[in-house]
Design a protein around this ligand. Sequence first.
Ligand code: AVJ
Ligand code: FE
Length: 435
Amino acid sequence: APAERRVTEASFEALLAAAWRRSDDLFALVPEASMGRRPIALRHPFSFYLGHLPAFAWNQIGRGVLGLGPMRSDFDVLFERGIDPADEDGARAASRDVWPAIAEVIAYRDEVRRAVLARIPDVLARAEDVLGARGRILQLVIEHERMHHETLMYMLQEHGAARRPGGAPAFVGGAGRAAEPRHVPAGRVVIGADFEAIPFGWDNEFGRAEIDVPGFTIDSLPVRNGDYLAFLEAMEDGARAALTPRTFVRCGGGLAVKTIFGPVSFEVASGWPAQVSGEQARAYAVWRGGRLATEAELRRAAFGEPSGGVRARPWGHAPGEPRHGQFGFRGWSPAPTGSHPDGASAFGVEELVGNGWEWTSTPFAPLPGFVAYARTYPGYSADFFDGEHDVVFGASWATDEGFLRPSFRNWYRRDYPYVFSSFRVVREEPRSRRR
Ligand code: AVJ
Ligand code: FE
């Protein structure tokens, strides 16, 4: 019915407007003089993302689904894709020194935004198209925008000089709570959603894997900066450099931890989950006589119930609230571990979503039955099924709440130390408890 169609149009307008507003708010945290900087050698400068978001939107919606012409053929191509090279040499080869003037990119962005809004009815009329139907392509563009909100935040953390937004709350610091072992009994985990059952998902969320997970013991909370420091201090001098988190810095003679606004003293951050690469996480877990969790184990710990039921969120079925976890930009940093006991899962495991993604030992790979979004975005996932990327589970303070849906899967290169990803330790159980 036309009335229903108008409601849907209005809700997509509102979702796009909210995503764009957050983009604008977050770009405003980047000092003007820093826009051309590349705080992470393996990624483009901040200014790239200003053009990438609209270029992606037009390439997917305008050119991809609607079959329209270019918005600006040079920018559509220049800003089409970010880089994800394996090393700094690759990054240098893939990078360029000169980028278009910011004012020109902003004009392009605004032109794309106007065109996207004007084309919402056309998109929603594409009922025959996989990504057109139900406006999935709009959702895809909205979620892409939200993903890069997090990209901007971890780039800003590396840069360390974000402008303080008006009314930014002080960081919540402290020692956090120590992890305790929790038993998760054996059970079956299903990964993957039914395409028609959810309003939107990325290609890698579909297909289906059914995994029988033996019982295991998992820490109730992630490893803290303070725990990780004790590990570093126990290491030989020669091993320490490679194991030191990217966020640990010397500042005024003392140890400090990076935030988007610059380093804070170690005391403030000692209880925050340790932000490390997947390789560093693995080394710590082994030192503790354990290992990293698999993707299936974290999903079982998060969504499983002793009765065999499955939850939509670790705490049950209700939408997330601030008391459930540190996600959805409710702070500008992690929180001390143990601050969100109301977010505990049925097995008493806390912070499985929020307060940092968690490294798993599972290489990012397609679920059985995987089909790429071949027409508009064949490489979103498939380009990363290369054995070098591991699944990360959960969410960070800079993760939009929409990504808390159980089917969502995320991944990073396992040697990537920049992202808001921590980890927890899993221990094997005696054979009798694993059944
Ligand atoms: C899904 C977070 C791994 O940001 O690197 C954004 C998503 N792909 N633009 C990333 C993505 C293309 C990607 N992650
Ligand atoms: Fe992107």
